[in-house]
Structures are given as C-alpha cells and as structure tokens.
Write a protein that binds this ligand. Structure first.
Ligand SMILES: Nc1ncnc2c1ncn2[C@@H]1O[C@H](COP(=O)(O)OP(=O)(O)O)[C@@H](O)[C@H]1O
Ligand SMILES: [Mg+2]
Length: 396
C-alpha cells in the first residue's frame, strides 16, 4: 500500500479518540454555520463539499505537517456522525433510493421503483427512538403523546413523517428522499424520460421564456422535471419559488427566493397559504415565478393574472390525467375562486397565460411500482380559443 493510500484510509491514520475530536470540532462549526442552518441553501452534494472542506481544514489545523485528503469513507462516516441519522445515511445518499420506510426495528426502501425489505436493521427500539430524537433536535419540532405526528424535513431536504403509538400500532417513519429529485436535464434524457429531439425543445422553451404547465399523476416526475428545467434559467434572472415543502432547489443560482407555505401547528399559530405567497411574490418583482404545485383556487387565479401581466417564463405543476385535463383543472380552480366568471372568460385567461403543457405518463408493473416515466405530450396552447370556444391546441 502506497503512502498516499495509507493516508486516505481513515483507519490507518487517526485513532478513535482523534477521530472523535475532529468530528466534534467540525460539529461545533456546523452548528454555527448559516449554510447548514438554512434548509434551503445547499443541496446534498454541496453539503458534502462544504463538510469536506471543514474537515480538511480542521485536520490541517491539528496536524499541519500531514499531507492528507479526506477519503469518501471518512466523509460518509463524518456525515452520519454529525447529522446523526446513522444507518439511514447510506440510503439518503443513494440516487436510486426514492423512499425509506421504518416500522419499529424493520426497514424497507424503494430503490429503482422496487420495494426492498431489509429486515430488522435496528438492534433495539432505543436506536429508532434515538433517530427520532435527532430528527426532533435538528427540526426544532416535537412528537410526543399529545401530538403523535411529526412532519418535517431532514437536513438534506428529504421529507420525513413520523407517527408513534398509541395512534399507530408501531413507530412509522416515512422518508421521501430528496436526493432523488436532484437530477440534471441530461440525467432525465439518459433515464429515457424523453428523446434528444424533446431535449432540445425543452431547452428552447426555457430560452424563449415560455410559460409551462407540467401535468401528470402523483409520482410521475413533475417536480423532478420542473427542478431540472429551472436549473436552465439564466443566472442573471430573479426567480421566486413558491412551494409547500422545499423540494425545488436551485443550488448555485444567485437570485432565488424560496417561499414556503406553512400549516398551523403547535410551533406556529397562523398558517401561511399559497395564495398569500403568490401575492407577496407579485410585489417582489421576480423575473420568473415557479409555483411548485398549484392546488389552491385563489393562488391559481392570482398566478394566471400574474402570467397575463408580464411574468414570462414561469412554470408550475398540476395533478391531471392528460395535458388537456391539466388546463381544465387550472380553469376549475380559478372558477372555484371567482365563481362570477364564466367558463369562456376563464378559458381565455388560461389560454393567454399558458404557452405549453408537458404531460408526464408513467407505466406501472403488476405490483403498481412505477417502471417508466415519459413526457407523452407536448402541447402548445394558442393565445386564442377555437370557434367552439375551447382551447386551440397543437401537439409537438
Ligand atoms: N425520469 C425518472 N426516472 C426515474 N425516476 C424518476 C424520474 N423522474 C422522477 N423520478 C423519481 O420519481 C419520484 C417522484 O417524482 P416527483 O417529481 O416527486 O413526482 P410528482 O411531482 O409528479 O409527484 C421521485 O423520487 C423521483 O426521483
Ligand atoms: Mg410533485
């Protein structure tokens, strides 16, 4: 083994006591670092890069004469020690894993769309409770007998929901892994979501500042696609992102303002609604508005108004069964809010606001696991309605 290899191997270089000291020192730095405290600021790869630098500088401070670079093993070990999710870390950083489910001592993950039962990975319930304690500590929220539910996000943006007995028969921790949403458009091309021709079309839509509605069923990849498209927005533009959970992250983009809705809870006695955030966004004069998923009728109406008054290149997702259905859903939401408007008026507003609808379709296997996600329709919406007073659509 060469000297370099030996130095890269954490077991060869520090004794456990020294390892502990290095990690404790880095932990202290992390506690006071604004990037680590702010859940919106970094994605997992950036967290890792930053941690890598902190660990290296701490080692250099202690052992200035040592020529040393932190190995991936040591980094993974430090991450699990610092953020404290132990056995979960491995799955949080695996790009193929989309969901992690814990039920008492057992664990199940969904990897590449397939469920994998991992058996009893925890030695005792105390280990599971320790993980819950760490999630509570990092989120500043509680879960106890009085409020046996906790919905929060982990340090890397993964969504986590916890339910504990006696409401449930066992402890259930469900995690939707954030890492899996963090694709580039090129990755989606390679995964077969679209072909090369559509790849160029999508880039063109962003360049031409088209207003895009991404439609599809739950889990069809709407948010993932939206996130990758948003990464193509020129760095000079100011983007406001409105969402319920900070799923969309644009990492290195300099002008991103993240606004997140908030339900009423024990920690906050008033809720912050989607329409309120759209309203605030209009005053903040962003170049582009991204609404993670339109589901609120007042927000839908306000967003349509915003798109008709000069906000170009904005996008959003909507739950629907086809591209046309996506437009109808948007229309229905707006009408729910402004019931005095006729359908033909709302159709006019929608047709002016939305330029393109991308519809995502997914194939499922016999166990209802999603096997394949594809853009199955790219529909251009004409500014004018047809003679029958309906949308004039053309498919690409
Ligand atoms: N093209 C793809 N290939 C494989 N997995 C994908 C693809 N697009 C999305 N996913 C995965 O599917 C899951 C659901 O995606 P998401 O974008 O949250 O769906 P939606 O917003 O439609 O509910 C995510 O875990 C994501 O990683
Ligand atoms: Mg979504």
């Amino acid at each position: 083994m060469s000297l370099k290899d030996r130095l890269l191997d954490k077991n060869q270089i520090f004794n456990p006591e020294q390892e502990k000291e290095i990690i404790t020192a880095v932990k202290d730095k992390v506690k006071n670092d604004k990037d680590f405290l702010n859940p919106f600021s970094l994605n997992r790869a950036e967290y890792k890069d930053k941690l890598f630098m902190l660990i290296n500088s701490e080692i250099y401070r202690r052992f200035p004469l040592l020529e040393f670079e932190v190995s991936q093993d040591f980094l993974e070990y430090a991450i699990s020690e610092i953020f404290g999710l132990g056995v979960l870390e491995k799955y949080l950083s695996d790009k193929k894993v989309t969901d992690i489910f814990i039920q008492d001592r057992e664990m199940l993950v969904i990897s590449n769309g397939e469920k994998k039962y991992l058996g009893e990975v925890f030695g005792s319930i105390d280990e599971v409770l320790l993980i819950i304690d760490r999630i509570k500590a990092s989120s500043g929220k509680t879960v106890d007998q009085r409020m046996p539910f906790l919905n929060t996000e982990l340090y890397d943006g993964s969504r986590c929901s916890i339910v504990i007995p006696p409401v449930s028969d066992r402890i259930y921790i469900s995690i939707r892994v954030f890492n899996c949403l963090d694709f580039e458009l090129q990755d989606l091309l390679e995964l077969g979501m679209f072909n090369n021709g559509i790849f160029s079309v999508l880039k063109g839509l962003i360049q031409d500042k088209k207003n895009i509605l991404i439609a599809g069923s739950m889990g069809s990849g709407k948010t993932t696609l939206l996130n990758t498209l948003a990464k193509l927005i020129p760095k000079s533009e100011i983007i406001n992102i409105i969402q319920d959970l900070p799923e969309i992250k644009l990492g290195s983009h300099p002008y991103v303002r993240m606004l997140t809705t908030r339900p009423k809870s024990r920690e906050a006695d008033n809720d912050i609604s989607q329409d309120r955030l759209v309203y605030e966004t209009l005053r903040m004069k962003a170049d582009r508005i991204i609404v993670g998923e339109v589901r609120d009728c007042m927000a839908a109406y306000q967003m349509l108004q915003a798109l008709n008054t000069g906000h170009r290149g904005s996008f959003s997702t909507i739950h629907s069964d086809s591209a046309y259905d996506g437009l109808l859903r948007l229309e229905m939401l707006a009408m729910e809010y402004k019931s005095n408007l006729s359908s033909s008026v709302v159709k006019k507003i929608v047709s002016r606001a939305i330029d393109t609808v991308l519809f995502l379709e997914c194939e499922k296997d016999e166990n209802l696991n999603i096997k394949n996600r594809k853009i199955s329709e790219i529909v251009l919406v004409d500014k004018h309605l047809n003679e029958a007073g309906d949308y004039k659509l053309s498919c690409l």
